[in-house]
Design a protein around this ligand. Structure first.
Ligand SMILES: Nc1nc2c(ncn2[C@@H]2O[C@H](COP(=O)(O)OP(=O)(O)O)[C@@H](O)[C@H]2O)c(=O)[nH]1
Ligand SMILES: Nc1ncnc2c1ncn2[C@@H]1O[C@H](COP(=O)(O)OP(=O)(O)O)[C@@H](O)[C@H]1O
Length: 217
C-alpha cells in the first residue's frame, strides 16, 4: 500500500532553557498531548542518570563514539554543554519531517543556533523556557535530586549564559505554573501547525462561495 503524501513538512520544535527550568518536564507533557510527535533522542557523552535508558532519553556514547558520529557527518548539530558533548542525530530528523511528522528537540542555545542557521531554518519553531527566579531554578535543580552539589553549582554558573540567548527564540515562556506553561506550549504548536498547513479542499470551498455570491446578484 502506498503512503499518502503529507500536506506539509514536519516542524522542528526546539525547546531550550537553563538546566532546571523545566524543559524535560514540558517536553514529556507535549509528547503525552500528541504521541505522534517524534522526540529527537540526542547522543551524549554524559553518564546516564538513575532511571534513564539508552535510546530513550539519550544514546549514551563514549567520547570516541561521539567523535566518530561527528566526523562521519551524522549530526544535525552538536555542542559541548557543561563538561560533556551532546548532539542531535540527523537521519531520524530528516526522515520524520519529510513524512510530515513534527520533531521535538530538548537542546541548548548552541544547538538551536546551529539548526536555525542550517538548511532546515524554515522548518524551525523555537521556544525558550525561563524560570520565575534564580532561587526557584536552584531549588528545582536540588529537588530533582539527581546531581551532586558540584554538578548543580556548575549548572547554575552556566544558566546565566543560557538565559542571555532568550531573545533569539520565537517564543518565550515563564515556567511558574507547569500546567499553564504546558497549555502555552500546546497553543504554540497548534497555531504553528495551522499556519503551515492548508486544509484540503479550501480552493474548492472558496470557489463555491464565489459561485454563491454570483448567484445572489
Ligand atoms: N546542543 C545540544 N544540546 C543538547 C542536546 N541534548 C541535550 N542538550 C542540552 O544539554 C543540556 C544538559 O542536558 P542534561 O544533561 O540532560 O541536563 P538537563 O539540564 O537536566 O536537561 C541541556 O541544556 C540540554 O538541552 C543536543 O543534542 N544538542
Ligand atoms: N513549574 C514548575 N514548578 C515546580 N517544579 C517544577 C516546575 N517545572 C518543573 N519542575 C520540577 O523542576 C525540576 C527540573 O525540571 P526538569 O524538567 O528536569 O528541567 P530541565 O529539563 O530544564 O533541566 C524537576 O524536578 C521538575 O519536576
Amino acid at each position: 500500500m502506498s503512503e499518502s503524501k503529507p500536506n506539509r513538512r514536519g516542524i522542528l520544535i526546539i525547546l531550550s532553557s537553563p538546566s532546571g527550568a523545566g524543559k524535560s518536564t514540558l517536553a514529556k507533557r507535549l509528547m503525552a498531548w500528541d504521541p505522534s510527535l517524534k522526540f529527537s533522542v540526542s547522543a551524549t557523552t554524559r553518564a546516564p542518570r538513575p532511571g534513564e535508558e539508552d535510546g530513550r532519553e539519550y544514546y549514551f556514547k563514549t567520547h570516541d563514539e561521539f567523535q566518530k558520529m561527528v566526523e562521519e557527518g551524522e549530526m544535525l548539530e552538536h555542542a559541548q554543554v557543561f563538561d560533556h558533548f551532546y548532539g542531535s542525530p540527523k537521519a531520524p530528523v530528516e526522515d520524520a519531517i519529510k513524512a510530515g511528522r513534527d520533531v521535538l528537540f530538548d537542546i541548548d542555545w548552541q544547538g538551536g543556533q546551529q539548526i536555525r542557521n542550517s538548511t532546515l531554518a524554515d522548518d524551525v519553531v523555537s521556544i525558550f523556557v525561563l524560570p520565575p527566579s534564580i532561587a526557584e531554578l536552584e531549588s528545582r535543580l536540588r529537588s530533582r535530586a539527581q546531581d551532586s552539589d558540584e554538578v548543580i553549582a556548575g549548572r547554575m554558573r552556566k544558566s546565566r549564559d543560557e538565559i542571555s540567548h532568550w531573545a533569539e527564540y520565537d517564543y518565550v515562556l515563564v515556567n511558574t505554573d507547569v500546567d499553564k506553561a504546558e497549555l502555552q506550549m500546546i497553543s504554540i504548536v497548534s497555531a504553528e501547525r495551522q499556519r503551515r498547513s492548508r486544509q484540503p479542499g479550501l480552493v474548492e470551498l472558496v470557489r463555491g462561495l464565489n459561485t454563491e455570491f454570483e448567484e445572489r446578484t
